[in-house]
Design a protein around this ligand. Structure first.
Ligand SMILES: Cc1cc2nc3c(=O)[nH]c(=O)nc-3n(C[C@H](O)[C@H](O)[C@H](O)COP(=O)(O)OP(=O)(O)OC[C@H]3O[C@@H](n4cnc5c(N)ncnc54)[C@H](O)[C@@H]3O)c2cc1C
Ligand code: SF4
Ligand code: SF4
Ligand code: SF4
Length: 458
């Protein structure tokens, strides 16, 4: 769905005051407009959505759908395959029981799991229990193949029964894949800098679990049945086994997955990647690779962001450009993201902070520690993690992506009359702004002061 974009609605950082009547009209007026759409509508409307797919996973009727198909960027300039909310007007004359997707029924479950509505960590580094550099003794990956090794080893030992990852083909088109065999894990190794709504996969896993209770269900043809729904039957038998899922994702997905886990305990382990930004396939394949890097995507064997450069290795050559040449083309949602190191993961993994060929590992929860201790075939380095560089890059991301999240929250949660109880709670729990180090350059002295939230833009 195209966000409103005209001269009065800047798309840069900072919040927009939403005109709720306009939002309702554009998204499809509900039968109970005074109650209001879930707040994920605002998240999508103003391009703050990260496309993580968590709302899609939890929604009982499939109303929020992260766009999977290609976007014609000449017509929908600001759509980066974000969440689109389906509402009543789209279904006029349609029997909702015959559709996979249904209009929102305002249960507000999605408001509990959206990472943007939940907010960003105030201090990204305050939950690290241990940090070390490691590499797999047997596998090759983007860096030290630590992610692949963790998944492989835990699958081999039966500690997890399924892992969610991203695979690619020779044209770098990606898809979400669920692995059950240890030897298959390497199929997902290597970083793809494009995006998939990985958490939406939990929808299938969770539904299969509910269906296994064999309660009477309404089938897509509208008939009440005693047996389970037939249309998910082909996957149901496999998904029945998925009780201990490991999910790998970038910080926004990890955050959504951790909120989902609070509601449905099917995710056993969350492995987070460090992430500065990602790109839509449209931009990656039509602009970044052919025009900026000047190579054919089919020749590309590896992409990497390293030491200020975007580097593309092909079968013939290695090409690099300064990151500033490609970063502005990242997906819109990424320009509002304030988590660099996957704060909400059990274990975070990245490349920055350790030597080439090694992975930086942050263990953040007790569960992460227990699982990492069980992993075999990882060699650990004696060299400490160079945390200063990680902190510097996190601070850079926070600064570049600064926006008035608190103002956005105040606006959307105060709008309803009466306000939703959990909205009031959210407002009361808004964390204080991150404390920033500000350099007074003229006098050369340094001062620490609290960052002032930007004022909402009219
Ligand atoms: C979009 C993106 C941006 C990143 N930016 C940084 C950065 O700025 N600094 C930094 O230090 N590290 C960054 N990383 C992490 C880094 O590139 C490696 O993924 C990480 O170090 C793990 O390496 P590995 O060798 O252990 O992983 P491997 O063993 O090679 O396994 C890679 C794992 O990543 C998963 N994966 C690959 N692409 C995606 C994707 N698009 N979305 C979700 N999961 C995916 C695969 O499913 C697989 O499980 C980024 C990763 C991504 C996906
Ligand atoms: S409010 Fe409920 S029905 Fe509507 S999109 Fe959110 S989860 Fe789905
Ligand atoms: S849950 Fe994820 S996909 Fe849904 S609106 Fe929030 S950020 Fe977007
Ligand atoms: S910067 Fe990374 S974590 Fe943040 S929204 Fe983009 S892909 Fe997600």
């Amino acid at each position: 769905m195209e966000a409103k974009q005209d001269s009065s609605t800047p798309i840069s950082r900072g919040i927009l005051k939403s005109n709720q009547t306009q939002v309702l009209t554009r998204l499809g007026n509900m039968f109970a407009p005074d109650v209001g759409l879930p707040k994920i509508a605002d998240v999508g409307e103003f391009n703050y959505c990260s496309s993580c797919g968590t709302c899609e996973a939890i929604c009982p009727v499939n109303a929020p759908v992260v766009r999977r198909g290609p976007v014609d960027v000449s017509k929908e300039k600001n759509n980066y395959r974000k969440m689109e909310l389906k509402t009543e007007v789209l279904f006029q004359g349609v029997n909702p029981l015959k559709t996979e997707v249904n209009p929102c029924v305002q249960c507000y479950a999605c408001e509990r799991v959206c990472p943007i509505l939940d907010g960003f960590p105030v201090d990204e580094f305050n939950n690290i229990r241990h940090m070390k550099a490691g590499k797999s003794k047997t596998l090759h990956g983007q860096d030290g193949a630590v992610v692949s090794q963790i998944l492989k080893s835990l699958l081999e030992q039966g500690e997890i029964d399924c892992a969610v990852g991203i695979v690619r083909n020779d044209k770098w088109s990606t898809k979400i894949f669920t692995f059950t065999k240890p030897e298959d894990v390497v199929k997902a190794s290597g970083t793809k800098y494009t995006y998939q709504p990985a958490v939406a996969t939990m929808r299938d896993i969770h539904r299969a679990y509910v269906d296994s209770a064999e309660s009477p269900l309404i089938s897509p043809d509208g008939v009440m049945r005693e047996e389970s729904r037939t249309y998910i039957e082909p996957i149901k038998n496999i998904l029945k086994k998925y009780k201990k899922v490991a999910l790998v994702g970038v910080p926004c997905q990890v955050h959504g997955a951790s909120l989902f886990r609070e509601n449905f305990n099917r995710i056993e382990l969350i492995i987070g990647l460090i992430c500065m930004e990602s790109f839509s396939e449209e931009i990656m394949f039509s602009e970044v690779i052919p025009k900026i890097m000047g190579v054919d995507i089919r020749d590309v064997v590896k992409m990497n962001f390293h030491k200020g450069k975007f580097i593309v290795e092909t079968t013939k050559e290695t090409k690099e450009v300064p990151i500033k040449d490609v970063a502005p083309m990242a997906r819109h949602g990424c320009h509002f993201c304030q988590d660099y190191t996957s704060y909400y993961a059990d274990i975070s993994v990245g490349s920055v902070g350790s030597d080439d060929g090694w992975s930086t590992i942050f263990v953040r929860t007790e569960k992460g520690e227990q699982y990492l201790n069980k992993v075999k075939d990882i060699e650990y380095s004696d060299k400490p993690i160079f945390l200063d560089i990680v902190k510097k890059l996190a601070a850079m991301k926070h600064k570049n992506n600064k926006w008035d999240w608190r103002g956005f929250m105040k606006e959307i949660w105060s709008r309803d009359i009466p306000p939703r109880p959990w909205g009031r709670e959210r407002l009361e729990r808004i964390p204080p702004p991150e404390v920033e180090k500000v350099e007074k350059t003229e006098k050369g002295d340094k001062a620490e002061k609290a960052a002032k939230p930007a004022q909402p833009k009219e």
